[in-house]
Design a protein around this ligand. Structure first.
Ligand code: UT7
Length: 305
């Protein structure tokens, strides 16, 4: 807890035009629409054809800046969470500075915490923001570039997309909790995504419940008092199990994984933008953002929208 938090000024998101349905996968691997929906809740995902991690990040950032309605020259910090940048360097955030015409005297860097990347980035932004500063925080991925489309146990899960937020420092509540345990067996991306699904499932449900409980304990409220939960969109059953264990109605967990699948660091800002645009998250709502993934990393943030 600090004596200041962040105000979300604007959000944006972007996704490739190309939609790949579960039936499309049934033509390339031994799977079915029924298996994928019942085990994950995913119906389709966007797969990049022309788009890149950078172009998606730029589109989402443009939208977030437009929605924030601020002078882009006020941006003093750019953080981009991703595990699928097209190149090691320059960082995506450097291209964002250039292509959005942002000022040069800013701090711009990429952050890798896998599917917890956006949570780690937003915490980092809150901690680094100057009193008058404004941060652009982006999560962008083209997971299709690291997906083995012959492996049915992973290829049906992932998709491409981006989300962005523009935030400023503000006297609002901001509480966070994170973990990392250095596990490289359950989930890793070497050439392709390799995952022990059931092990990650158990970790994810447990981590989600623990991080949510840790942040509401810091706030001094109960989980039932939180208006919305916007979590990493990996699997509907993980979110349903967590809602049950936390004893909150599943309706408070915003979900768009049916249409986008798991987009790693992009999934939380992509869901956040959609929750705001569909008015499922409104000004004054308390919200817990929570993520989990490779590393194994996990994290949650309590804030007020
Ligand atoms: O973003 C990072 C976080 N990642 C996650 O949160 C993912 C967490 N894990 C999961 O969401 C689930 O473990 C999966 C969706 C990946 C898998 O679901 P599951 O219920 O844990 O299935 P399983 O891995 O135990 O596999 C059950 C069966 C196996 O067949 P046998 O051995 O029982 O004959 C698999 O070979 O389902 C089979 N299977 C499939 N069948 C049809 C695995 N993938 C598929 C598939 N279509 N796509």
């Amino acid at each position: 807890m600090t004596d200041f938090g962040i105000r979300i000024l604007g959000t944006g998101s972007a996704a490739p035009a190309n939609i790949m349905t579960n039936d499309d996968f049934a033509h390339i691997v031994d799977t079915s629409d029924e298996w994928i929906i019942s085990r994950t809740g995913i119906r389709s995902r966007r797969i990049a054809t022309e788009e890149t991690t950078l172009s998606l990040a730029l589109d989402a950032a443009h939208m977030a800046l437009d929605n924030a309605g601020i002078d882009p020259q006020r941006i003093s910090l750019v953080i981009c969470a991703s595990i699928t940048a097209e190149q090691m360097t320059p960082a995506l955030s450097c291209y964002l500075q250039r292509d959005l015409g942002l000022r040069e005297d800013l701090l711009a860097f990429d952050l890798n915490a896998a599917c917890s990347g956006f949570i780690y980035s937003l915490i980092t932004a809150q901690r680094l923001l100057d009193p008058d500063g404004v941060a652009l925080v982006v999560g962008s991925e083209t997971l299709s570039s690291v997906t083995d489309f012959t492996d049915r146990s992973t290829c049906v899960l992932f998709g491409d997309g981006a989300g962005a937020v523009v935030v400023e420092r503000a006297p609002l509540p901001f509480f966070w909790a994170t973990t990392v345990c250095g596990d490289d067996e359950s989930l890793a991306v070497r050439k392709y995504i390799e995952m022990d699904g059931p092990a990650v499932f158990r970790f994810a449900t447990d981590a989600l419940c623990k991080r949510v409980q840790e942040v509401v304990d810091q706030v001094g409220c109960s989980v039932e008092e939180v208006d919305r939960f916007i979590c990493h969109q990996a699997n509907e059953r993980i979110l349903a199990n967590a809602a049950k264990q936390l004893n909150v109605p599943l309706e408070r967990f915003f979900m768009n994984l049916a249409d986008f699948g798991n987009t790693s660091a992009a999934s939380i800002p992509l869901a956040l933008d959609e929750a705001i645009r569909s008015k499922q998250l409104e000004r004054g709502h308390s919200v817990v953002l929570a993520g989990f993934g490779g590393g194994l990393t996990s994290g949650a943030i309590y804030l007020e929208y």
